[in-house]
Design a binder for this molecule. Structure first.
Ligand code: URA
Length: 259
């Protein structure tokens, strides 16, 4: 997609300074296009066809960004908040220039995969209730999650507001018995490590599904969203750009509506 824009805007977007700093840089001959020094900071350029350099270094331009964050606990999935740190506060200042925002919400105490982008169309489609994008979570849950929970989750669970969830896939990975009896709460003497895949995104959905089953979610981590899998080499609180392949997979997936 060819997009023409002012060279000072392009350089500001790519983190090379404020518009007035860039104006000064242009005046002192630090900016060139196709090898020729630029005289006018309002010059219109086509970054897909012209080579823009700043202080002798080629500046590649893009207007969309996609980041995968391994969200830590304690930050909120918002762009601004009066009280809490947000996921945007975890980004380097230069990575906030194009205005990425979180695609959907994870609770403050939930960790794991969160996509941050400024691609509004993609975000909209991934979140659309009609698209039923799979989201997979791993959770530590109080009590013994068993076959009856698996069956109930597979056929749909009635939440506290009467909503019946779509079928979901529950897998019990491990049932843990607190051998030394140190658990405070008697019910926490047995906990279950589970993996749950849901196809919708109701408020606090995973916690409310287990609440309906008489259990409590003790820790919650999202490990995938559609075709995008959490890169387990990313420590909590760290992020990276999506690879071209991951962006391609997400874009291909958005066409795949499964009503
Ligand atoms: N379900 C929840 O209960 N919390 C989340 O953060 C995500 C899904």
């Amino acid at each position: 997609m060819a997009e023409k824009l002012r060279i000072d805007k392009l350089l500001a977007h790519m983190g090379r300074g404020t518009r007035s700093e860039i104006k000064k840089a242009v005046k002192s001959g630090k900016v060139s296009v196709d090898g020729k020094v630029v005289k006018d900071s309002g010059m219109i350029v086509d970054p897909s066809a012209q080579a823009v350099s700043f202080e002798g270094e080629r500046v590649s331009y893009r207007n969309v960004v996609y980041f995968m964050l391994n969200k830590p606990a304690g930050v909120v999935s918002a762009t601004e908040d009066n009280r809490d740190r947000t996921v945007i506060d975890l980004l380097m200042p230069e990575d906030t220039l194009l205005g990425p925002f979180p695609v959907g919400r994870l609770d403050k105490d939930t960790v794991g995969l969160l996509l941050l982008t400024n691609d509004g169309a993609l975000a909209h489609e991934l979140l659309s209730p009609r698209k039923h994008v799979d989201k997979t979570y791993e959770a530590l849950v109080s009590g013994n999650v068993d076959g009856s929970d698996i069956e109930a989750f597979a056929s749909g669970v009635t939440l506290d507001d009467g909503y019946v969830t779509m079928p979901s896939e529950l897998v019990v990975l491990e049932v843990r018995h607190d051998a030394d009896g140190s658990a405070n709460d008697e019910e926490d003497a047995v906990t279950s490590l589970i993996r749950l895949t849901i196809r919708e995104g109701k408020f606090h959905q995973v916690k409310r599904m287990f609440q309906a089953a008489g259990k409590r979610v003790l820790t919650l981590k999202r490990i995938s969203m559609g075709p995008l899998k959490l890169d387990e080499s990313l420590p909590e609180g760290r992020y990276r750009e999506l690879t071209d392949e991951e962006v391609k997979l997400l874009k291909a997936h958005r066409g795949a509506s499964r009503a």
